[in-house]
Ligand binder design. Structure first.
Ligand code: 5GP
Length: 197
């Protein structure tokens, strides 16, 4: 499988992730690549919001690992808040109907808001979130996602910061789950097909 032009087939078996390692078909994005990208994104975001106060909104749970790494690469004043949403659908496909499970703790009126997501797939979750948050009158609202799967997009979503564009595959690790497992893996990978069957 190709990510940004390079083929990565290395599974790092030294990271002590237990028997879950046997479920991995292919590592798509290594720890080193993730680290470098997070640094690059943090630098860009810090420059773009220079002189402003930024509220970074983590979309739980998938974005939590990316978010925790990203906020530590921001060199301007940053405020943190969290939202948890659930999209109805089967285990690997979202339906577009979104329910807010945990809302923000603070008002966002007059604030610069950056939504931090794990992955944009159909775009339906983010479309809902942006519309929902826009109605609360923020000064600005932008999107930062670790991963983008443009092949599967069914609605227009403007991604302002994207880590990696990936093909249409279901990925886990670095916060992303399958049935709540694999979030702790330090890389982004594809599972063996038999795991879903
Ligand atoms: P969308 O609404 O854009 O179709 O889907 C967004 C959400 O679906 C993501 O925040 C994520 O929770 C889930 N999702 C979409 N693609 C994947 C994937 O490849 N792996 C995992 N683990 N979750 C995904």
């Amino acid at each position: 499988m190709k990510i940004n032009g390079s083929r990565i087939l290395v599974v790092n078996k030294d990271k002590g992730c237990g028997k879950m390692l046997n479920d991995i078909q292919e590592v798509l994005i290594t720890q080193e690549q993730l680290q470098a990208k997070v640094q690059e994104l943090g630098k860009r975001i810090s420059q773009d919001y220079s002189g402003k106060e930024l509220l970074m909104v983590c979309i739980l749970k998938g974005a939590v690992v990316f978010y925790a790494d990203l906020v530590r690469q921001i060199s301007i004043p940053v405020f943190m808040d969290f939202m948890a949403v659930s999209s109805y659908g089967d285990a690997t496909r979202s339906s577009g109907a979104v329910m807010i499970i945990k809302d923000l703790d603070q008002t966002i009126a007059g604030k610069h808001v950056l939504i931090v997501e794990d992955i944009v797939d159909t775009g339906l979750t983010l479309k809902y979130l942006v519309e929902n948050l826009k109605a609360r009158n923020p000064l600005s609202i932008k999107i930062c996602t670790l991963l983008d799967k443009p092949e599967r997009r069914v609605t227009d979503v403007k991604v302002d910061y994207n880590g990696f564009t990936i093909p249409d595959a279901f990925v886990v690790g670095y916060g992303l789950d399958y049935a709540e497992a694999y979030r702790h893996l330090p890389y982004v990978c594809v599972l063996k097909p038999e795991i879903y069957e």
